[in-house]
Structure formats: C-alpha cells, structure tokens
Design a protein around this ligand. Structure first.
Ligand SMILES: NC(=O)c1ccc[n+]([C@@H]2O[C@H](COP(=O)([O-])OP(=O)(O)OC[C@H]3O[C@@H](n4cnc5c(N)ncnc54)[C@H](OP(=O)(O)O)[C@@H]3O)[C@@H](O)[C@H]2O)c1
Length: 311
C-alpha cells in the first residue's frame, strides 16, 4: 500500500515507518521541518511537506494514498498549557481525513490512549466505545481527544476502514523522551525516586517496536470500527517503576503523599496517580499480534534511560 503517515518523524512514527517499509509498503510522511524531512528520507520514505494546520494539503496527501496512519500531535503546545488547542487541531485533521477517505474503504488509524479508560479495573477494547458523561472530569483537552476517537470509529459507517490504536502511557524503548524519561529526570532533580501513596496503582506499557508492528497489522487487517489496544504489560505498579529508577540512580525510593504529589511531580502528578491497567487480549486474538520485545521493567533495567544525565 501507499501509506500516508503523519507524525512519521516522532517517537512512534519513526518505528512505524521502517516497519511498513520492511513489509513492502510505500510510505509518505508528513514533515514540517527540514530536519524531519531529512529523517524521513533517510528512513526510505517520501516526504510530504506541511503541517497539521494545512488541511487542503492533508486532504490531497490522503487522496493520493491507499491508507492513512495519523500519529502527529502538537505535544509542544499541549504540554505547555494549551492541550485544548492541540486537541482542536487534532479534531480538524481527523475530520479532514474522514472527508477525504469517506466511501473509499481505505484504512485510517489514529493514535489514542488507554489512560483513564476504566480507572481501577482492567480496561478492555470494549470500554470507552461511546461518550461517557462520568469522564467529564478529565478536562476539555482529554475529552476532545476521546471524542476524536469516537469520531474516528464512527467513520466506519461512512465507508472508511477506521480504527483507533489506544496506546498505554508509556511506549518505551531506547531513545524514549516521554513519561519514563521525565520520571527519571524528576528523580535526578529531587534526589529521590518517588511514587504516590503506596505506589500500588498500575500503568500499562508497550515497547515501541511492538506498537509499531501492531500499527502495521491494523493497517493491513483491522476491520472497520476497531478499537485496538497496543498493550504488552497490563499493569506495572508505579512503585516497581520507582524501585528500578532508584536502583539505577543510587537514590532512595520514597512514598510521596497525594497532597505533596503536585509539588514533587509537577505536570506528571495527575498521570502518575491513575490506576489504569489495560488488556490487549481481544486485539491479540483479532490480529494475531504478540508482543516480543522487553517489558517495561526489563527495558528500564537495560540502563538506556539512565545514560544521559540531562534526561
Ligand atoms: N509516546 C507515548 O508514550 C504515547 C502514549 C499514548 C499516546 N501517544 C500518542 O501517540 C501519537 C504519537 O506519539 P509520539 O510519542 O510519537 O509523539 P512525538 O514523538 O511527540 O511525535 C509527534 C509527531 O507529530 C509531529 N507534529 C507535531 N506538531 C505538528 C504540526 N503542527 N504539524 C505537523 N506535524 C506535527 C512531530 O513532528 P516533528 O518531528 O517535526 O516535531 C512528530 O513527528 C500521539 O498522538 C501521542 O499523543 C503516545
């Protein structure tokens, strides 16, 4: 297939691109800078210059493709105070792709998340398929992202082979600059490796290369309207994560009270407090996907998160 990939230069996209090319697909990646364009060319992809805000350009790239994988997200503004602006841009891009692909039967896959799907119990692919008023507490940005996932699933009734790839909060691996790297950085800054409360709350996880493989399987075979879980570890207690970090950095592992969490972990506190395990049993059965790369604790144990003192 000729696949148009947004976010192709990002953490997950840069694993998805070689996975697709290795399986014989042709990839065109959206690039907003010379650096991203060069990275895509080096990976063997074609370059489509543009940004998430250039909707006509996104439309023409989708028209020229046999399928779209949408991974770009404005994390830069989302994590500096404008999550809603980032989510709104995502809505416009998804609506544009939906219009372009309607009636074509082509695959369209977006990235979404498992965090907060079913707090306190094991979330499955059957959770979160319809808007849930109880989730209104999440705040407008996350709510908009969830609405975007519903919009994407609904495209199935308009002749799009749409699916939503729910990723766990940590898509880990060598080079990760996301939540795990941030947690390591906070431990370094504070001189302790912390967890909130008793640290028994659980985070699911997946290795980046396993996630990339699942994106390809979804592109090739996911039925229209599939909610998929790219989950390898169903739920790693946050205390276990803190213990590996403490061991590698030679720091004490300490409980941080819920009252002190925001001061200690800043923007990460809300995420770190959630107990949000998730299963991928249905996804594995549907697509024959079986994660083979190291789980989160084994991956943290390899040491690459601790190499760079500025991480
Ligand atoms: N990583 C995780 O653990 C995780 C967990 C759950 C969900 N997700 C979701 O999975 C998706 C991919 O995440 P990621 O970790 O790969 O993100 P990332 O490393 O931050 O990459 C983001 C990508 O989006 C592109 N981008 C950002 N703003 C853009 C704009 N205005 N116009 C065009 N392109 C733009 C970036 O381009 P440049 O390379 O030019 O900056 C980059 O290719 C996102 O939707 C994310 O929220 C990720």
């Amino acid at each position: 297939m000729r696949v148009f990939v947004t976010g192709a230069s990002g953490w997950i996209g840069s694993a998805v691109v070689p996975e697709l090319i290795g399986a014989g697909h042709q990839v065109t990646g959206l690039a907003r800078s010379d650096a991203s364009a060069a990275a895509l060319t080096a990976a063997g992809a074609q370059v489509h210059r543009g940004t998430l805000d250039e909707l006509d350009s996104l439309r023409s790239a989708a028209d020229a493709s046999d399928g779209v994988i949408h991974l770009a997200f404005k994390h830069d503004i989302a994590f500096s105070g404008d999550f809603q602006g980032a989510a709104d841009a995502d809505t416009r891009a998804i609506e544009t792709f939906g219009e372009a692909l309607a009636g074509s039967g082509k695959p369209f896959i977006i990235a979404s998340g498992t965090l907060g799907l079913a707090p306190g119990r094991l979330a499955t692919e059957r959770d979160g398929l319809a808007p849930d008023p109880a989730q209104a507490t999440l705040g407008s940005g996350p709510e908009i992202r969830r609405a975007n996932a519903h919009k994407t699933l609904a495209l199935a009734s308009r002749g799009v082979r749409s699916s939503v790839m729910r990723l766990p909060p940590t898509v880990h691996g060598d080079g990760d600059n996301g939540f795990m790297a941030a947690l390591v950085g906070i431990a370094r800054d504070k001189g302790v490796s912390g967890y909130i409360g008793d640290g028994s709350n659980r985070w699911p996880a997946v290795h980046r290369l396993d996630a990339a493989h699942l994106f390809r399987l979804a592109l090739e075979n996911a039925p229209a309207g599939s909610a998929l879980h790219a989950v390898a570890d169903e739920g790693v207690p946050v205390r276990d994560i803190a213990e590996v970090i403490g061991r590698h950095l030679g720091l004490p592992v300490v409980a941080i009270s819920p009252e002190d969490a925001a001061g200690h972990f800043t923007w990460l506190a809300g995420f770190l407090a959630i107990d949000s395990p998730a299963s991928s049993t249905l996804t594995q059965e549907l697509l024959g996907w079986h994660p083979i790369h190291p789980g989160l604790i084994e991956d943290l144990g390899k040491g690459h998160y601790f190499r760079n003192p500025s991480a």
